[in-house]
Design a protein around this ligand. Structure first.
Ligand code: VG1
Ligand code: CO
Length: 544
C-alpha cells in the first residue's frame, strides 16, 4: 500500500464541544481541515496497528466525501479492518452498538446531529472509544492539543470504496467490510423488548403510530423495525428517506421543528403514539394525541417501569440525568431506593457510570434517553420502550403520564434557547451571575426565595476527573430551579440556554399549562440577568 505524507498547517479552532467537532461545511472544506482533525484523532490513539474501526454518518452533505478520505487515512494509520455503514450511513447509537459488539478500537461518526445540513450548513465529526461512548474530555482535549501543532497527515493511495453494496473488500492486508446499517441494531432491540406483544398491539387494529424520521438517519431503522418486524402499517414512518439537507429542515425532534408530526398529533384521527428522532438518531420525542411528554418526564416514566420489560429483568442499579434535566427521575430513584447521579450536559459523562454498573438508565432534557445497552442516547430505543410499555399496560400515552404524576407529582419544565447571539454578551451574562451569586442567595422575588446560586462542578465518581463551569444553578426554597448555560454544539455566535423547573405535588394542578406555572420563574430570570436587553432579543429563538 502506498502511503503519502502530506504537509499541512495546523488550525487553531479544532476543539471538540459537547459532542464532537461541529462547524459549517465550508470550514470543513478548507484545505486539509478534515484530514488534520482525523489525523489528530489517530495520533491520539497509540494502539491502532491490527485494530478495527467503525465508520459511518447521518448522510448529511459532505458525508460521502469525508468517508472516502477517512477510509484512506485509516488505512494509512494501520487499521486492519474497517466496518463501514452501507452508503456511508450509520446512526450514532448503531455505531456505539457495533463498537461494543465487535470489540473494535473505536468508531468515527460523521454528524452534526440536529443541526441543519447542506453546503451552507453544518457538518461534524466525533470519535467514540472502545466502550462505544463518546471520547471523554481527557481524550478530546488531547486531540485538540495535537491538532494545534499538526503539520502533516498520512493518506493511502487507494481507489474509492464502493459503499453501495454490502460485502468485504481486501486491499493489501486491509479488510473493508460494508455492512447493513440496521441489522445489528435491530437484533439488539429484539433482545431488549417484547416484539411479540408490540406486534399484537399493532395487530389489534386499534393502535397506530406515526414516526417522523425527519429525512434523517432513522428512516431505514424505523421502516425495518416498526413496519417490517413489528407490523405497523406501511406509511407509519414519514419522511423516511435520509436526505443530504434533511429536506431543508432542522432534523430536531421537538415541537418547534417536527411540525408535520405535531400537526398530525393535534388533528382529528391522530395516531395513538407520535414519535420523532434527530439527524443522527440519538434523540427522541414522544407524543400522544394532543399530548406532549417532556424528555425529562419520559426519562422518569422509563426509570419507573423498566423492570417490566424483558431487557431489564433485575430492575435498575441506578439512574443519572444531566444537571439541567428536571428532577422528576430523582423522585423515582428515591422510591426505588437507588442513586440518581447528576452529571454535566453531554452523554460522555454517563460513560463511566454505565461502564462500572452504577447506572442502568440515563437521560437529558434535550430529548435524549438511553440505557446500558449502549453508550449513546438512543432515539428509537426510547420509542420502542414506550411501545412496549403501552402494550403491557394497555393504556394511552396520556394516561400513563397522568398516573405517573399522580404517584410522584409533576415537575413542570421548559427550556428557552437564545440562538446565534453575541458571544461576548452571552459570556458576560454568565460572568455577572457568577460574580453576584453570593448576593443573590437570600433575595426574595414575590413568593420565590433564592436559597443558593452556584456554578455546577462535577467530580466523576469513577476516575475523579473534575469538570468545572457546567452551568449556573439558581435554586429556590420551594424546590424550583433556574439553570443557565452556554451551548457547546452551536456553530454561529453563542447560544444561551435557560432551563426552568417547578415541582407540583397537587394532582388538581397537573393539567395546568406549563407556561402558566413557569411564568413567575421566567420573569425572575429576566430581571436577574437583564438578558433580553443585553442580548438585544425580546424573545427566545426556540422554546422546548
Ligand atoms: C446539546 C444538548 C445536550 C446534548 C448535546 C448533544 O448540547 O443540550 O444535552 O448532549 O446537544 O446532542 P449543548 O451543549 O448545545 O447544550 V446531539 O443529539 O446534538 O449529539
Ligand atoms: Co443527535
Amino acid at each position: 500500500m502506498h502511503i503519502k505524507t502530506i504537509t499541512s498547517q495546523p488550525y487553531s479552532d479544532q476543539k471538540p464541544g459537547t459532542s464532537g467537532l461541529r462547524k459549517k461545511v465550508r470550514v470543513f472544506q478548507q484545505p486539509h481541515y478534515l484530514e488534520n482533525f482525523v489525523q489528530s484523532i489517530f495520533n491520539c490513539l497509540d494502539d491502532i496497528e491490527g485494530q478495527t474501526l467503525v465508520l459511518g454518518g447521518d448522510g448529511r452533505y459532505y458525508n460521502k466525501t469525508a468517508i472516502q478520505i477517512i477510509i484512506k487515512m485509516a488505512a494509512a494509520a494501520g487499521f486492519k479492518r474497517l466496518l463501514v455503514g452501507q452508503n456511508g450511513l450509520l446512526s450514532t447509537p448503531a455505531v456505539s452498538i457495533l463498537i461494543r459488539k465487535y470489540q473494535t478500537l473505536g468508531g468515527i461518526i460523521l454528524s452534526a446531529s440536529h443541526n441543519p445540513g447542506g453546503p451552507d450548513d453544518d457538518f461534524g465529526i466525533k470519535y467514540n472509544t472502545r466502550n462505544g461512548g463518546p471520547a471523554p474530555e481527557t481524550i478530546t482535549d488531547h486531540i485538540y492539543d495535537i491538532s494545534c501543532s499538526l503539520t502533516e497527515y498520512k493518506i493511502a493511495e487507494l481507489p474509492d470504496t464502493d459503499l453501495e453494496r454490502c460485502g468485504i473488500t481486501c486491499v493489501e492486508g486491509l479488510e473493508i467490510e460494508v455492512i447493513d446499517p440496521v441489522t445489528d441494531y435491530a437484533e439488539l432491540m429484539e433482545h431488549l423488548f417484547d416484539f411479540n406483544s408490540i406486534k399484537s398491539l399493532f395487530g389489534s387494529g386499534h393502535f397506530s403510530i406515526c414516526f417522523d424520521a425527519m429525512h434523517a438517519i432513522t428512516g431505514p431503522y424505523a421502516i425495518e423495525i416498526l413496519e417490517h418486524r413489528l407490523g405497523a402499517i406501511a406509511g407509519s414512518v414519514i419522511n423516511a428517506s435520509p436526505l443530504e439537507d434533511f429536506g431543508g429542515h432542522h432534523p430536531d425532534p421537538n415541537l418547534a421543528h417536527a411540525t408535520e408530526l405535531v400537526t398530525k398529533m393535534n388533528g382529528c384521527k391522530a395516531p395513538d403514539l407520535g414519535a420523532a428522532s434527530d439527524g443522527d438518531g440519538d434523540r427522541n420525542m414522544v407524543l400522544g394525541p394532543n399530548f406532549f411528554i417532556t424528555p425529562s418526564d419520559s426519562l422518569a416514566v422509563i426509570a419507573a417501569n423498566a423492570h417490566l420489560l424483558p431487557g431489564y429483568p433485575n430492575g435498575l442499579s441506578g439512574v443519572a440525568r444531566s444537571m439541567p434535566t428536571s428532577m422528576a427521575v430523582d423522585r423515582v430513584a428515591e422510591r426505588l431506593g437507588i442513586v440518581s447521579y447528576e452529571t454535566p450536559t453531554g452523554w460522555k459523562f454517563f460513560g463511566n457510570l454505565l461502564d462500572t454498573g452504577r447506572i442502568t438508565i440515563c437521560g437529558e432534557e434535550s430529548f435524549g434517553t438511553g440505557s446500558d445497552h449502549t453508550r449513546e442516547k438512543d432515539g428509537l430505543w426510547a420509542v420502542l420502550f414506550w411501545l412496549n410499555l403501552i402494550a403491557i399496560k394497555q393504556k394511552s400515552v396520556e394516561t400513563i403520564m397522568l398516573e405517573h404524576w399522580q404517584q410522584y407529582g409533576r415537575n413542570f419544565y421548559c427550556r428557552y434557547d437564545y440562538e446565534g447571539v453575541d458571544k461576548t454578551a452571552a459570556e458576560s451574562i454568565m460572568q455577572d451571575l457568577r460574580k453576584n451569586s453570593a448576593e443573590l442567595a437570600g433575595t426574595r422575588y414575590g413568593n420565590y426565595l433564592i436559597m443558593t446560586c452556584d456554578d455546577f462542578r462535577y467530580t466523576d465518581p469513577v476516575d475523579n476527573s473534575v469538570s468545572e463551569h457546567q452551568g449556573i444553578r439558581i435554586l429556590f426554597d420551594n424546590g424550583a430551579r433556574i439553570v443557565l448555560r452556554l451551548s457547546g454544539t452551536g456553530t454561529v455566535g453563542a447560544t444561551l440556554r435557560l432551563y426552568f423547573e417547578q415541582y407540583e405535588y397537587d394532582p388538581q394542578k397537573h393539567k395546568l399549562d406549563t407556561p402558566e406555572i413557569l411564568q413567575p420563574l421566567i420573569e425572575i430570570a429576566r430581571e436577574i440577568t437583564q438578558l433580553e436587553k443585553k442580548l438585544g432579543r425580546d424573545q427566545p429563538s426556540v422554546i422546548t
